[in-house]
Every structure is written in C-alpha cells, then in structure tokens.
Design a protein around this ligand. Sequence first.
Ligand SMILES: N[C@@H](CCC(=O)N[C@@H](CS)C(=O)NCC(=O)O)C(=O)O
Length: 290
Amino acid sequence: MTYDLAIGDRAYSSWSLRGWLLFDAFGIPVKTQTARLYTDELPQLLTSFAPARTVPVMRCPDGTVVPDSLAMAEELATRHPDVGLLPSDPRARTVARVLMAEMHAGFTALRNHCPMNLRVSYSDCDAPDAVLADLARLETLWAWARAQTGTLGPWLCGDYSAADVFFAPVAGRIAGYNLPVGPKAAAYVAAHLAHPSFRQWRAMGHADGDDQPFYARTYPRRPWPGPALLTATAKTAGPSVNAACPYSGKPVTHFMELGGRIWGFCNAFCRDKTVADPEAWPKFMALYNS
Ligand SMILES: N[C@@H](CCC(=O)N[C@@H](CS)C(=O)NCC(=O)O)C(=O)O
C-alpha cells in the first residue's frame, strides 16, 4: 500500500503543486491521479476522496483521507520524520511552521491578481498596491526566517523543507508576472525555478491538455526566466534514434526533435513533458547523452 494523491492541472493549481512537492521533493512514493479544474472530472475524482472538496487531497496507506495541503505537510512530516520535511532543529522547525501557516492563510491580493500559470511569462502585470504590499510582506517573512535560523544557503530554514514547498507557487508567480522584488528574494525565486521537482512539475504542466481560459491575460510576454531550456520540437513521425521509450521501455509511438536527431516516447504526455524541458528528465538525458 502506498499514498494516493489527487491533483488538478499542473500549470494552474498552485495548491496541487504544494501537495505534490511534499512527496516528490522528499522521495516519498505516491500514486498521483489528475483531474482538470472547472470540469466534472474534479468532483468525480473527489468522490473517492470523501470528504475532500478541493485538491490536493491524499489518502494515506492506512486509508485516512487528508483533504488540505497544510494538514498533509504536518501528517507526512509526522509519518516520515527522517525525510526532512520539517527541520530537525526546534527553532528552525518553529519558523518553518510559522511560514507555512501564514502562506496557507494569506496573500489574497497576490493570489487573485496573479493566479499561477506556469505556461506563460509576462514582462508586466500592472501590480496594484495590495499586491506590492503582499510582496513586501513575503520579503519580510523570508528575511526573518533566514535571520532566525542562521540560514545562508538558498532555502529559508536550512535545507529545502516544507516551508519552501509552500512558497514554490509564489516563486512561480513572481517569475511568471515579473513582480518586483529585491535581490535576495529574486535569488530565492531562482532557486525554486531550478529545483529538479519544480522543473518536472512545470514541464508536465505544459503537457496536461488545453489552456484554461480562466487564466488568460493580455499582458506583454517575455521568455520564461528559469534555467535556459534546450529547444525541442514535437514531431508527427519517426523513425527515432531509440526504439524503446526512455521512461517505460515500451515501443515508441510519439516523437520529438532535439539536437538534430529524433527521439521516441510511448505516449503524448511523456513526449510533451520532455519537449517542454528536456533537461528536467534524467532518464531522457541519459539516453540523449549516451
Ligand atoms: N485549503 C486548501 C485549498 C485547496 C484549493 O483551493 N484547491 C483548488 C485548486 S488550486 C481547488 O481544488 N479548487 C476547486 C474548487 O474550488 O472547486 C488546501 O490547502 O489544500
């Protein structure tokens, strides 16, 4: 028995990103099921996760359902004390909990004006004062956490922890809407964009289906400010260098061009997540570099 996790569209569901990172970034095995927001898929999926009304929601191996990201973080940290979800140092752990609680409860202006959309990147979004006030509060909290925990590295409370998980969507918003922050906050955002789990999530977000109209904005665009991406292109036909999919080992049916060669995958999702960010996928890069 393992954990089951229900999530929404990866490109848009900021709460789902938190839920998934709590597993992926800490090596806790999980079986993930997805449903598209604003469709009947979501309530349908949630019928097997009662009493959940939103995603993320997890079912523990013992059958207990945990329908809230903050409760998930606490429960996973309790059930897996050795994976580093919460800092082992008591003071750093307290600070991490303060950060998670405030992020979970607040920042409404930022959330409303800049809904997470990992498929686009804007150069400006006319941020109103309330959003600027939320950004100032984030910078205060992040600086306070570093001072309290004596952290000099990229994360807030020592090693990457659940506190950082809770700010991953905010990092995506600051990057995606080009929101003004100081150099220390900008470095923290850059650390999130380069985190292996975040990169994989964002790449899968590009492969998750059509754009959701609710998130469309007409702001001017700029290139995604994360790590420089290799430019790959989906192709309709092979033949490919490889006969077997780098992920499943099954025969290839979907194709992609990269570096002047054609690469094959066993389904559209695995092809498209690789097109979005080839370097996010160690199994593909092992094949590519072999
Ligand atoms: N308090 C919840 C909030 C979760 C939440 O609002 N999830 C959104 C997706 S990002 C959702 O499921 N919306 C669907 C709906 O409200 O019908 C948590 O921390 O997990």
